[in-house]
Design a protein around this ligand. Structure first.
Ligand code: H2U
Ligand code: ZN
Length: 338
């Protein structure tokens, strides 16, 4: 048997059936790569130039209400439009395209421009959880919407254009690539073993502890065994629950708590605001029963070794398979200690 801490090996992501190459011996390699600008200056509580702050004007002339908790609006530059005809084009099976109708929204977490999940109060984050659950239920109830993707880009490094705490919600009729992969894997696991893949995984990680980052009574957070990004994490509800709107009150508080714990650990890791893309994977809203689906959260942060040095998915990773040097076990240990 190879040595996990020394020998190059590949690990399977059972949710996507894709492999990641792990090269632990390379963590000693000298580095002469990119050095970027460090942490951004502190933000004001209210920014008159921010298109998300209460009362301010957005592109196109709409004015935000003087909201006091969360605030959701249709994206003024929506990537999807509800009126697009869903026609299919197919030329020899080589030029295949399909019209994609959908609805895109932006959701502010707080009227305060300077807050992030890590420094919001638990009760405020609980309000955000309820907003997410409500958006999933409301958009998902529409005939034309079979998938609702809630995601947050945080930090300029992840292409986020505005520091005001917010997320995006893209909803549409066809299942996106990552959802198709995860649904296929969860269906196959259930068919073969009569159990849920993510329930089984959560029990295993809870007993091993070495990849556990944090936990509470209803949720746990791990660096997945198959993580691609150096400090990638996944938050999983302990109970088998398919989507946000099915979480009970204790689980909603638990989600607010685990998100605060994860993001606070991230910010402490390199003593700087930690950029990431995060989002929920949950049951499609296609009107079918989905007993195979287990709600979870993915955090994909780009940072590798400091607040300024990020991991790039280039070269071998673009052409062959993702690769990492730092083991998921070492990453989890560093996050536990942060
Ligand atoms: P980011 O979180 O990726 O920076 O996105 C902010 C979103 O806000 C982006 O999708 C939208 C952009 O289209 N937006 C508006 O809807 N109205 C505005 O006035 C500016 C930005
Ligand atoms: Zn703002």
């Amino acid at each position: 048997m190879f040595d996990w801490k020394q020998d190059p090996h590949r690990r399977l992501n059972p949710l996507t059936n894709e492999w990641v190459l792990v090269s632990p011996h390379r963590t000693q390699r000298p580095w002469q790569g990119q050095v970027e600008e460090s942490a951004r200056a502190a933000q004001p509580e209210y920014d008159p130039a921010c298109y998300l702050c209460p009362g301010n004007e957005r592109a196109g002339g709409a004015h935000n209400p003087r909201y006091t908790s969360t605030f959701v609006f249709d994206n003024d530059f929506a990537a999807l439009r509800p009126t697009t005809p869903p026609d299919r084009y197919d030329e020899s099976g080589l030029l295949v395209a399909q019209g994609e109708p959908g609805i895109c929204r932006v959701a502010c977490f707080s009227p305060r421009h300077d807050l992030t999940i890590a420094n919001m109060q638990p009760a405020e984050i609980r309000g955000v959880v309820d907003m997410w659950a409500g958006q999933y239920a409301e958009l998902g109830a529409r005939e034309s919407i079979r998938h609702v993707q809630i995601f947050e880009n945080r930090g300029a490094m992840m292409g986020c254009s505005n520091a005001h705490p917010h997320c995006q919600i893209w909803s549409n009729a066809e299942l996106p690539n990552e959802i198709v992969k995860e649904q296929t894997a969860q269906l196959a696991w259930r068919a073969a073993r009569k159990r849920c893949l993510i329930c089984d995984y959560a029990v295993l990680e809870d007993s091993r502890k070495e990849r556990l980052v944090d936990e509470n009574a209803t949720w746990l957070a791990v660096v997945p065994f198959w993580a691609v990004w150096p400090f990638e994490t996944m938050a999983i509800p302990r109970r088998h629950v398919a989507a946000l709107d099915a979480l009970d009150a204790a689980e909603r508080d638990g989600l607010a708590d685990i998100l605060k714990r994860i993001t606070a650990r991230y910010d402490r890791l390199f003593a700087a605001p930690f950029p990431y893309s995060m989002g929920f994977h949950q049951s499609p809203t296609d009107g079918e029963q989905h007993p195979e689906w287990h709600l979870h959260v993915h955090f994909y942060p780009p940072l590798l070794r400091s607040a300024t040095v990020r991991k790039f998915l280039v070269g071998y990773e673009m052409l062959a398979t993702p690769q990492r040097d730092l083991t998921p076990e070492s990453a989890a240990e560093r996050l536990r200690n942060a």
